[in-house]
Design a protein. Structure first.
Length: 364
């Protein structure tokens, strides 16, 4: 059984000093006020949230350079902040860790059974990447993080969390777009199954578990890169070991890029292939087109990535054929066929011409 000491050692965290109670109270007040204001659908009570957080032990600690700046340890329900952070930075980082605090579901022996979207069974965690991404999305929204286009591992994408878990947060936002963000955030905070049920309904059971697994792979690869970089920085490696470590980092980066696009493509095809089969009217055709086109604002791209644009053109051809079949078989007159076909062809031309352009999204 892990103890607090062994867990801290495994994460290379060395406690320097506890944080004084007045500072903890100030953090508690900030987090409670921010959460209540930003997430009214969670029906949070300021006094209850602030009181619970104010009772949490918090510490200043030495942490690896690759660490995000704060860490929640469920074994003692404590938060550890990396030394050197400003107090304002600590308050913002505390939101992510305090969400973890409220997510906890433990058995009678104090063992963690569930943490938001992550379940624990037979000594393994299932859905950790889903949960970390969802929690960080909530934290980024709560603290009004700047929305910008970023590039990591050869992938350029719009990000609401450019500094923390940006790759998996982008993919999780794509999933949230399909399931709805209210159910995603509620399930994340209250550790229930509503989100995953919606997720499976949107993409299918097997695809949902496959996407979950791919996000987990990305998170593990990023952790491996952090460990390798820390080894390169802190150890006096000979040339062979240094070369092996740097080669391993590059291999992980390429694998992250490949896994990102494989995951993104799976999200797209799983949802939109199934949805197009349900289209039954001209208005549903138009809704489908808008939904797919809007999705283009969420995705990651690279110089050699053409999948989405090819897929979009393919789907436009399919709904073009669907519309023709509808007008012939049912006599629909909602949109004149000639005008609709002209519109679809214009969209195809526009999308093809802009194949390498990146678009921004205003997610608020």
């Amino acid at each position: 059984m892990n103890t607090v000491e062994t867990e801290l050692k495994q994460n290379d965290i060395t406690v320097i000093c506890p944080i004084d109670q007045n500072s903890i109270n100030a953090i508690a007040s900030y987090v409670a006020n921010t959460m209540v204001t930003k997430f009214p659908n969670l029906r949070l009570n300021f006094n209850v949230v602030a009181s619970n957080i104010s009772k949490m032990p918090m510490y200043i600690a030495d942490m690896p350079q690759s660490a995000t700046g704060a860490c929640f340890l469920y074994l003692n329900s404590s938060i550890y902040f990396k030394k050197g952070l400003s107090f304002e930075k600590m308050k913002k980082l505390a939101i992510h860790e305090c969400i973890h605090y409220f997510q906890q579901i433990k058995d009678k022996n104090g063992n963690l059974k569930r943490l938001g979207l992550c379940g624990y069974a037979r000594g393994r965690a299932y859905g950790n990447a889903l949960n970390e991404a969802a929690v960080q999305m909530m934290a980024a929204y709560a603290t009004n993080e700047k929305h910008e286009n970023v590039t990591y591992f050869g992938v350029t994408f719009p990000s609401d969390s450019p500094n923390y878990y940006p790759i998996i947060c982008n993919l999780m936002k794509q999933v949230g777009y399909l399931t709805g963000f209210p159910v995603l955030f509620e399930s994340t905070f209250y550790s229930n199954d509503m989100f995953f049920k919606k997720f499976k309904e949107a993409v299918g059971d097997n695809k949902a578990f496959s996407i979950q697994s791919k996000l987990e792979k990305i998170l593990n690869l990023e952790a491996k890169i952090g460990q390798l970089n820390n080894k390169i920085r802190t150890q006096d490696l000979n040339h062979r070991k240094f070369k092996n470590a740097t080669n391993a980092v590059e291999k992980c980066k390429k694998e992250i890029k490949n896994t990102f696009f494989a995951t993104q493509n799976l999200i797209i095809t799983s949802f939109f292939d199934a949805r197009i089969k349900k289209v039954q009217s001209a208005s549903e055709i138009e809704d489908y087109r808008k939904y797919l086109y809007s999705f283009s604002n969420l995705i990651g791209r690279s110089e050699d990535y053409t999948f989405f644009n090819d897929y979009y053109i393919q789907k436009m051809a399919e709904i073009d054929s669907k519309y023709e079949a509808m007008t012939e078989n049912k006599g629909l007159q909602v949109i004149e066929t000639s005008k609709f076909k002209t519109f679809i062809h214009a969209l195809k031309k526009l999308f093809t011409a802009n194949a390498n352009e990146y678009e921004k999204i205003d997610n608020k």
